[in-house]
Design a protein around this ligand. Structure first.
Ligand code: ASP
Ligand code: MG
Length: 413
């Protein structure tokens, strides 16, 4: 089937009855241009957060299965309301849950991964000339239990469906105009990027620039799905996420700040083979994503191992770290929530040492101590104290001259 466009509208885009009606018009217009349209929607406004609050008022540690059962309801409200709005515009439409459109995931509640999509139902509905509205963020596992894909996971539903139906494009509509050199809420002179590579976007997404769910970018790259991030409130072109050879090469494309991390340290660990393996393989088995790791030698045969995880995983990571610490005879486990991660991303970083030195110099200018550093081909990240991190973020943006015309970066350093 040809000419399929997948669109995704986020929570703020469908945050009120009027917004739902406006989105319905946008969708119908796109359909009347001669396309088949599949639309993925998130829960309206703050629905998901409110459901989480309610759950916690009843049970401080609810099971993941029941959380998924609860959270998946948010998206079902939006798909039905949006479908009703489209009905009033005299187009054929059908809303479908994750299960109804064949989204099968693994069994990891609250952060499930899509394993396959049986596209038969969607294609059948499209052939009947219907607009198909799909509940984002949800699927079912082999036992037909409802699962969710992790906060922000509707983006991933959209890209996965786009891949499953071989859509010509996946458009993500949101409350910002596209992807910026830095989060414009924190850096007012951040510049809108008209293009960014999958790899750069993946780094920025994983590093906490909340425009796209990281997994959605991974899938888009893997299946070569042209992805666009646009505003649902105007008609601007937004940002295209494309292969690296289609973007202009710059040293630094953008920067990001992540305040939702915690630093955990296992102190006085015996210095012998197998210790790190034991700790990190247990964390991995429990699906806890560990980001940065450092090991430093304290004194003879005794190390400290420090690593960072996402806020949401703190409880579980501490439980595991404490368990392993007593098994291996480490002294104690401590943690620090007052940390932020600052990162600089760009395809030009590989092979250019100036970027790192400019980064470190900026932090030195501000008398900020660097607690951890990590680097890859296209990014450099530093963990610093949370106090003052926002100021550092804005300072870095200026230092790399990202607020000016992006072409001048190469001359800036
Ligand atoms: N409603 C879910 C959330 O708030 C999924 C999404 O918005 O993508 O995380
Ligand atoms: Mg989102």
């Amino acid at each position: 089937m040809e000419n399929i466009i997948v669109q995704k509208y986020g929570g703020t885009s469908v945050g009120s009855v009027d917004k739902v009606k406006a989105v319905a018009k946008k969708i119908v217009n796109r359909k009347r241009e001669g396309n088949h349209i599949i639309v993925i929607v998130s829960a309206m406004g703050n629905t998901t957060n409110n459901l989480i609050k309610k759950a916690n008022q009843i049970n401080s540690n609810p099971s993941s299965r029941e959380m998924d059962m609860l959270l998946s309801t948010g998206e079902q409200i939006s798909i039905s309301l949006l479908a009703m709005a489209i009905e009033t515009l005299k187009e054929k439409v059908v809303s479908l849950t994750g299960q109804q459109c064949g989204i099968i995931t693994d069994c990891n509640h609250k952060k499930a991964k899509i394993e396959k999509i049986d596209n038969e139902r969607i294609i059948r509905e499209l052939k009947e000339n219907k607009i198909v509205i799909v509940a984002g963020f949800q699927g079912v596992n082999r036992n037909m239990d409802i699962t969710t894909l992790g906060r922000g996971g509707s983006d991933t539903t959209a890209v996965a469906i786009a891949a499953a139906v071989k859509a010509k494009k996946c458009e993500i509509y949101t409350d910002v105009d596209g992807v910026y050199t830095a989060d414009p809420r924190f850096v007012p002179n951040a510049q809108l990027l008209d293009k960014i590579s999958y790899d750069e976007m993946l780094e920025l997404a994983s590093l906490g620039a909340k425009v796209l769910h990281p997994r959605s970018v991974e899938l888009a790259r893997k299946f070569n799905i042209p992805l666009a991030v646009r505003s649902s409130f105007n008609d601007s072109k937004g940002t295209e996420i494309v292969e690296v050879n289609k973007v202009e090469k710059v040293l630094v494309r953008g920067i990001s700040i992540d305040n939702e991390i915690v630093k955990i340290a296992v102190l006085e660990v015996p210095d012998k083979p197998g210790i790190a393996f034991k700790l990190f393989s247990t964390l991995a088995k429990n699906n806890i994503h560990v980001d940065m790791i450092i090991q430093n030698i304290n004194r003879k045969s005794i190390n400290d191992i420090t690593f960072t995880v996402n806020n949401d995983d703190l409880k579980e990571a501490l439980r595991i770290a404490n368990e392993i610490a007593s098994e291996i005879g480490a002294k104690s486990v401590i943690y620090d929530e007052n940390v932020s991660k600052l990162s600089v991303v760009g395809t030009g970083i590989a092979g250019n040492s100036e970027v790192a030195s400019t980064f470190f110099e900026s932090l030195y200018d501000l008398k900020i101590n660097i607690q951890m550093i990590s680097t890859s081909e296209i990014k450099i990240s530093c963990i610093i104290d949370k106090d003052g991190s926002l100021n550092a973020f804005q300072y870095l943006h200026d230092k790399f001259r990202l607020g000016n015309n992006i072409d001048t970066i190469n001359e800036a350093i």
